[in-house]
Design a protein around this ligand. Structure first.
Ligand code: ATP
Ligand code: MG
Length: 239
């Protein structure tokens, strides 16, 4: 075994709970990373985040904080329940906190995250949708400072965080925006055009502290949630 492989084995990783995803990173997201989950509308960002939280809490004993900047708690409860994920119960058990907050004040958001993560000793954090970055985009330097300070705080809290980011299908250039440079990792959910239809796909563009698989893989969404066909090539899927 190469020393590089041995080093990789030594990295503390978390299990995402999304079948196939961890294989794209040779074992899972390194613990404590701040990951941006980018994708076009309907690409599965929110479902993947729910699954990450649900499996994290129920299978791996990692309490979670879910910051929703758009939906109410009730809407999230109902949506997750369609996949059989009972978030209401997890909240009642004190294993999950859903924070619904309107984003006017970045400092308030930071305080809310810190307080809630500490309250249940959360190991996972979601911010969905992570429009934070775009709101401050006008003043790029300012935005960068805020994001860096958020990232630092998350690191001291020792949470593995996923922040979603909306991109449009025809503007690939927006992929390489501010957030991706500041984040430890970028996962891209994508509708890839194959002949006369679109195929859901996923790629890891970057992930600090680990090797990554550098190809697009097909992704399925079913009533059980998100599943990645990590062993298939994208073109196999459409044969
Ligand atoms: N039970 C199900 N079976 C199959 N597919 C489903 C099921 N429930 C939802 N979906 C698919 O999941 C997609 C919704 O994904 P999701 O809401 O996670 O997208 P998103 O990337 O968060 O979108 P947005 O940017 O609009 O927030 C829908 O396009 C729908 O096709
Ligand atoms: Mg969404």
């Amino acid at each position: 075994m190469s020393s590089e492989k041995q080093r990789q084995l030594g990295v503390d990783r978390i299990k995402s709970g999304v079948p196939g995803l961890d294989e794209l990173m040779y074992g899972g997201i390194p613990r404590g990373n701040l990951v941006v989950l980018s994708g076009d509308p309907g690409s599965g960002k929110t479902v993947l985040c729910w699954q990450f939280v649900h499996e994290g809490v129920t299978k791996f004993g990692e309490n979670s904080v879910y910051v929703s900047l758009e939906e109410s708690e009730e809407v999230i409860f109902q949506g997750a329940l369609e996949f059989g994920w009972d978030f209401r119960k997890l909240v009642q058990q004190g294993k999950l906190i859903i924070v619904t907050i309107e984003l006017y004040d970045f400092e308030r958001l930071k305080v809310a995250i810190e307080d809630n993560v500490k309250a249940i000793n959360a190991r996972r954090l979601i911010i969905d949708p992570g429009v934070i970055f775009r709101l401050f985009f006008e003043r790029e330097l300012d935005a960068r400072k805020r994001i860096v300070s958020l990232g630092k705080m998350l690191r001291t809290l020792n949470v593995t965080a996923i922040i979603t980011n909306e991109i449009s299908l025809d503007k690939e250039s927006s992929l390489y925006g501010l957030e991706e440079y500041v984040a430890d990792g970028v996962i891209l959910l994508y509708h890839t055009r194959m002949k006369n239809r679109f195929v859901r796909s996923v790629a890891v563009l970057k992930m600090r502290n680990t090797e990554i698989m550098e190809t697009l893989k097909p992704l399925k969404i079913t009533g059980d949630g998100v599943r990645i066909l990590a062993k298939a090539e994208l073109f196999d899927e459409v044969k």
